[in-house]
Design a protein around this ligand. Sequence first.
Ligand SMILES: *Cc1c(COP(=O)(O)O)cnc(C)c1O
Length: 368
Amino acid sequence: MKMIPVASVKLTDAEIAAMEAVLRSGHLISGEAVRTLEERFARQVGAAYGVAVSSGTAALHVAYLALLEPGDEVLVPVFTHISTASMVHFAGGKAVLCDVDRKTFTISLEDAARKVTGRTRAIAPVHLFGNACDLEGIQRFAAEHNLKIVWDAAQAHGTRYDGRDIGSFADCVTYSFYPTKNMTTGEGGMLVTNDEKLYERGKLLRGHGQTRKYYHESLGLNYRMMEVSGALGLEQLKRLDEFIARRRHNADFLSKRLGKVEGVSVPFIPEGVEHSFHQYSILLDLDRFKCSRDEFVAELRTEGVETAVHYPRPVNLQPAFAADQVRAPNAEWLSERIMSLPVHPALTDADLDRVCSAVAEVARRNYR
Ligand SMILES: *Cc1c(COP(=O)(O)O)cnc(C)c1O
């Protein structure tokens, strides 16, 4: 039986040819392709400016460095990739870990409100799995407490909120182009913003503060994107709308079938949100099943369906953050029940049909 993979990256001949042309040109770092990708990607997500960098992690680091003073606190959800929190520390700040909402999986403003202090300078909401955060609620919260907002959209290329792409919101939005994300450049990322000063600051931080050769206006890092990555990104960008449409179709297919399976909750989509389905994550009602989530995952594998768990351990329970002694009951509850099913654009309806049948079968076998 052929295994249905939880992620799949298949490059086209056009993508490979575009990368090969760069390799043959000998211009290997930040040239025309990277500059064009910055312009086109920013335009695609409704932002004025883009700063291409070497990863989503680098985009977060640059954003925090641009906005924080040493000792500043940033409100960060615990149900996310570690970098949303860890990069705050490498920018001299402190990540203040907040719980998430059980339905949307995004930052809980109720918990965030309890954690605001005189040193809180920013909030870093994550559009997790391609769902949109409560953008209006967060903007109101940020205005009330005078906070900057760094939106982590590493999983949310193409997500819309009230008809507007989430990439167009202030103060800045960071993306990742890691292979399994909604589009890829291999390693890569981008910070987009409508704020010209932040854009200029981002470019300096990315490239050693250099404004002309060996002239350093300020200190910075080397977070340049490779030119081959830029060339791949430009080709992938042409396919982004189609990728997202396919992800939405796949999610819709899964929810129609799995919505009827007892003990399984399908993803919640808030009113006005166009989810991009970087991940399609279901929750298991553990009271209904004899098995644990990990056993459910193992049984699905024997049925030929590969899955993944995002995230098995929230940031507050990572050894690296243990000293903070934060509890996040909702994220901890989610981490025991959640699993991601295949939803990527390379799936056929026949694959999706098999995924649904396998989930229904494993559920049926395990009811108590
Ligand atoms: C992938 C991811 C990142 C990091 O991006 P890299 O390109 O892997 O460095 C940051 N935040 C979230 C939410 C992510 O999913």
